[in-house]
Design a protein around this ligand. Structure first.
Ligand code: GBH
Length: 463
């Protein structure tokens, strides 16, 4: 008989699953919604695989009762979703009652299912009318965000247990305005740093509003973070890895937790950041408000080598190290443990951490009503083992939200990548829980992982 090892989680551990508005809702032209930057960007030829867009997506806008019932049935206790800004503020000063009513119905359903909502205010679907005025690069966006955040907090404040201000300011700024991989698709580093600053400030603005309104709910931001390893001990690789860490992790975490941008990176960017002239007096104090928790989205580690091209922002080369998911991202669960340890030491100290996203795209196929996704199940299990180890050592990790509940619109990859624990047939919109979903249900119910000895051994990383 094979020996089993049981890894129990804390009694109040928050088991959840995550989605975002543009990726699942569809109904792009219903309920008074106006276009977002992703509606526009996905129409630009070559930007999204197969020319996919979110017009229909998972049709969650119409199917939310069925979806919420399924989340409940799978045993989750928490559900993280985002509000679509273009459903709420449809033109300068115009509040769309129909949009608010949709989220009211959704929250009703969530509550009736006994689920605790975490609501993300911004998960990348900026109204196009704001982008037309410069979007995140124009400081005027701060007033526009304030209006939006104020409206949703006013309306839903008391019903939302957990507010998440901004999802991944890195992606919204660097990928949106720097590399051009995401909407609005600009390629200008000065714009990217400016956008990042305004996204961070918007978090601060939401913090202030939350306090002014006297809401009792918890509030925090979500950062995408990676553990970064140098490809070798060579000084140039070590320096390149430190820069990648600075670019990806510290540029966002340091202002929030320490009220400053990392000096080494400010110097490295030099002219590209034009003397950081977008930072006004008092801005850093405003950003320096961590709130009640830090959300971390963790997918992969990165291994960095100094590039032969030493030009700025291209001086680091990301190596693609096996094994990888269908996204080509390295599967390295031990780096989640290392990241949590590092983030708690350097940033959060005692503040609760929540994994607001973790999961994997894999090649799934539905056969006779079954999706055998053992590689996804293994990915989730190994990352939960890393979480368990961190908690065991006294780490303040309070919850884990799986990305994602449904297969959905995976941004520049359209529908070609499947992250769901529930399979979506995009022709019939039928939902089929994958084997990984059935497995996580049992884990949640037992509030513990049960793993074989051999798996337990293979989890002890010897890097
Ligand atoms: C999250 O972002 C999003 O919040 C979510 O909407 C999305 O669906 C989900 O993850 C899955 O993609 O190519 O080696 O340089 C993902 C954050 C940031 C992770 C960029 C991968 C690039 C790794 N991503 N990162 S690499």
């Amino acid at each position: 008989m094979m020996n089993k090892q049981v890894l129990p989680f804390p009694a109040d551990f928050m088991w959840g699953t995550s989605t975002s508005s543009y990726q699942i809702e569809g109904a792009a032209n219903e309920g008074g919604r106006v276009p977002s930057v992703w509606d526009t960007f996905s129409r630009v030829p070559g930007k999204v695989v197969d020319g996919d867009h979110g017009d229909i997506a998972c049709d969650h806008y119409h199917r939310y009762p069925e979806d919420i019932a399924l989340i409940q049935k799978l045993g989750f206790k928490h559900y993280r979703f985002s509000i679509a800004w273009p459903r709420i503020i449809t033109a300068p000063g115009v509040i769309n009652e129909e949009g608010l009513a949709f989220y009211e119905r959704l929250l009703d359903e969530v509550e009736q299912a006994g689920l605790i909502p975490m609501v993300t205010m911004y998960h990348w679907d900026l109204p196009q009318w704001i982008e037309d005025k410069g979007g995140w690069t124009n400081r005027a966006v701060l007033e526009q965000f304030r209006e939006y955040a104020s409206v949703v907090m006013e309306r839903f404040g008391s019903r939302v247990g957990w507010w998440n201000t901004i999802n991944e300011p890195y992606c919204a700024s660097i990928l949106g305005y720097g590399t051009g991989d995401h909407a609005p698709g600009h390629q200008n580093w000065y714009e990217a740093f400016t956008a990042a600053h305004h996204l961070l400030l918007s978090h601060g603005i939401a913090m202030e509003l939350h306090r002014e309104k006297g809401l009792s709910s918890q509030i925090g931001i979500t950062l995408n973070m990676e553990y970064v390893d140098p490809a070798s001990d060579a000084p140039q690789d070590v320096a390149a890895a430190a820069r990648r860490d600075g670019f990806l992790n510290r540029w966002f975490a340091e202002p929030i937790f320490h009220g400053r941008y990392p000096q080494d990176m400010v110097e490295w960017y030099g002219d590209q950041a034009q003397g950081m002239d977008f930072v006004h007096e008092g801005d850093l104090e405003r950003i320096h408000q961590p709130g009640d928790f830090l959300g971390i989205n963790y997918y992969a580690r990165s291994v960095i080598k100094a590039a032969s091209d030493h030009s700025l922002l291209q001086a680091e080369q990301v190596l693609f190290t096996e094994p990888v998911t269908d996204m080509g991202w390295e599967i390295h669960p031990d780096s989640l443990y290392r990241l949590l340890t590092r983030v708690q030491r350097d940033f959060t100290q005692g503040l609760p951490i929540l994994i607001t996203e973790n999961g994997a795209a894999m090649k799934d196929e539905l056969e006779h009503g079954v999706v055998k996704d053992e590689s996804r199940r293994q990915y989730i299990q190994d990352h939960l083992v890393a979480c368990h180890r961190f908690i065991q050592e006294g780490g303040q990790l309070h919850g884990y939200y799986l990305w994602s509940f449904l297969d959905n619109f995976e941004w520049a990859f359209g529908y070609s990548k499947r992250f769901g624990i529930v399979y979506v047939d995009y022709t019939t919109q039928e939902r089929t829980p994958k084997e990984s979903a059935k497995w996580i249900s049992k884990v949640i119910q037992a509030n513990s992982l049960e793993i074989s000895e051999t798996e337990a051994v293979s989890n002890v990383e010897t890097r």
